[in-house]
Design a binder for this molecule. Sequence first.
Ligand SMILES: [Cu+2]
Length: 476
Amino acid sequence: MTNLSDRLTRRRVLKTGALTSGALLAGCIGTDLGGSLQSSDGFPEPEYGDPDRTYRLTATESTIAVSETETHDGWTYNGQYPGPELRATEGERVRVVVENDLPAETTVHWHGMAVDGDNAMDGVPGLTQPPIEPGEEFVYEFDAEPAGTHWYHSHVGLQLDRELLGPLIVEEREPHVEYDTEATLVLDDYRSAEPRVEYANSRRGGMGGMGGMGGGGFPEAPPADGTLVNGQPPTEPTHVDVAEGDRIRLRLINAAAATTYEVGIDDHELVVTHSDGPAVDPVAVDTLELGMGERYDVVVEATSPGRWPIRVSPVGSTTPAGLAVLDYDASGGELSTGSIGPRQLRLSDLDSVASLDPYQGRPDRTIDLTLSGGPMGGDEWTINGQAYPDADSIRIESGEHVRFRMRNQSPMRHPMHLHGHHFRVGNALKDTVTVPGHMGSVTVDFIAENPGQWLFHCHHLYHMDTGMARSVRYPE
Ligand SMILES: [Cu+2]
């Protein structure tokens, strides 16, 4: 189904950013709610308002092109990979009708949305809703808050690694930076095999792919076959077409199941303007790392005509690299090559534009969370020794200032994501932060102002699937 013409369509959309909204509006539909309200035993009750925008996503089996000659069977939204870019303006009410045309149950999570007051719309099966059965649909609705670069994906099992994912952009009412054009880049690893947890044989020191069946194995992702940027392999990279002198806002999303990426552009500086949505004081770097689930917006100035490689390099992984092209050379020649400087974005470089006053002072509650598993930790990934769903809920109270102190006893990094909230980490507001391996530690603070039951989990899909998650619960 996905073929050259689909890819050309995607490329055209990228090239003509102004058309994006219009093209999507064509996909907007009206709908009624007849028959779609689910019974909600133990789940929060969905509430519906008067949406400003309505989208329809159909989760369906598809064929995905991973190179000029190679396809593999995947699952997509609306037959597109990545799924269609959903766009809204800050504060709008968005309705998304999700139809399940898969042979398995599914849900959709809106990663980065606060879903404030809409716990029932968060898309976590068994926590906020029953899964959507094959042939059924569920109507999601939420306020487009906060502004920024976000994404949506299945939250059932390993479905994210079957490519059930897409970008979700919330435009600021008052942009905090000036730019001339923008493009969204969805970074993703892919595996040609069925997604399944493999047990690496720790005695051989393998990091996945050894498939050892004996004792002592630890759960990992099968090795990835490649990195795609907006669904395109490095042999046929997506082009971001710009004009000399343009300031381009790149919206970077790491949608991979199990790969951390470093991004840099030859001979170009990246001015980081937003992390996981919220604005930060602009900071110039040469490269930045994105853990799974993280997003950064960067502004790039097109001051040196050429066809420049946007390099997407796996970190601590054997996944092959990905590529996109920043293109402002009318001659259509070879890829330019230059160099990438040494300045790498650090968490401490990020300064939130929004006030951090709510996070000052001593927290009302501090919770220590030890992340374990991997070669030293047995056959599951755990938080404080427990594997979700057979794990205690983290219970807090409404209005509290809560601190999570995370410590990583495993050798692998863990990108930890909290649903329904942004947290303070350093001087930034984020919703996903990577805890480094080998006794790395990260402390985050958040305000309990969105009552409900929210998942807190590692966004390495295979770690989450084998237990690295907890629910965080608080009543009104
Ligand atoms: Cu993890």
